[in-house]
Write a protein that binds this ligand. Structure first.
Ligand SMILES: Cc1ncc(COP(=O)(O)O)c(C=O)c1O
Length: 279
């Protein structure tokens, strides 16, 4: 964080001075949406795509906030330290009500908060991580990047408490995504990822991987993956903006293939790192 400065409703303040009302609907109901945007040495990564997704999330929950990509860029710029790899956390809630009430008025003024933190590189990337499958008990609008993340929080915690890095969520016998990531698997030599539905978040990392794979003639399909297919996969990856592409080498305590990071992961990770430098 640059000198510990954050943005709140038009002001740049120190983190300790940034305060919101207890009647803010984000606090009372988790009534808001957010984005996490990587910023490599001052360059915002896939910024248009993140802002486009933010706009979709806002539309889905009926918050009207007509800010352009350039206005967002100007607002965020003062938070960024150009010498580091960081990520912006950008959060909008419906705003402050006059009392606690589930129903909302359409003319509320959204609360806008942003802060910038350093990206901590993943240790021992080539060792891979452990994943645990759990029942996807989240709501039906997982395409909205909502701040209401209690189910994700509890699922991830459950996985972590028994020495896994991520919960891999299963709905009706098929994989949806991770608690805070999208999922890819190599099955019969083909790279697969679940299609975009309301059951998953349209991850920006996922979108970049699809683009890079296609540009490099790597077969990739957007297709449902059953739990049986996942258990027999040659490779499993989890993807997100801050952790990029992580290879899962153990699923529910059992090796994925030979229990080592797979060849396609090495290829895609190299292509992804190159893409980051040139975009
Ligand atoms: C539930 C969920 N799915 C997928 C992702 C990956 O999205 P992105 O690649 O845009 O970071 C995230 C990121 O936090 C997430 O929380």
């Amino acid at each position: 964080m640059k000198n510990n400065i954050v943005y709140l409703n038009g002001d740049y303040l120190s983190l300790g001075d940034a305060k919101i009302s207890v009647l803010d609907r984000g606090f009372l109901f988790g009534d808001g949406v957010y984005e996490v945007i990587p910023c490599y040495k001052g360059k915002l990564f896939e910024f248009d795509a993140h802002i486009t997704r933010l706009k979709h999330s806002l539309v889905e929950i009926s918050i009207d906030y007509a800010y352009t990509v350039e206005q967002w860029r100007q607002l965020l710029q003062p938070l960024i330290d150009n010498s580091r790899n960081q990520y912006i956390y950008l959060h909008l809630t419906r705003g402050v009500g006059i009392k606690r009430d589930h129903a909302f008025s359409k003319d509320m003024i959204p609360t806008v908060f942003a802060m910038c933190s350093n990206i901590i590189p993943v240790n021992n990337l080539e060792q891979g991580i452990k994943g645990l499958t759990l029942d996807d008990n989240r709501w039906r609008l997982c395409h909205v990047k909502s701040t209401a993340l209690l189910a994700n929080v509890l699922l991830k915690q459950q996985a972590i408490e028994i020495d896994n890095s991520e919960a891999i969520l299963i709905k009706d016998g098929y994989v949806t995504e991770g608690a805070a990531s999208n999922l890819f698997a190599v099955i019969d030599g083909v790279l697969m990822t679940p299609p975009l539905t309301h059951s998953i978040l349209a991850g920006i990392t996922r979108q970049v991987i699809l683009k890079i794979a296609r540009a490099n003639n790597i077969d990739v399909v957007e297709q449902e993956i059953s739990i049986e297919e996942l258990k027999n996969a040659q490779e499993i990856w989890l993807t997100s903006s801050t952790r990029e592409i992580l290879a899962v080498v153990k699923l529910n305590g059992t090796n994925v293939a030979d229990g080592k990071v797979g060849q396609l992961w090495y290829t895609l990770n190299r292509l992804y790192q190159n893409y980051k430098i040139s975009n």
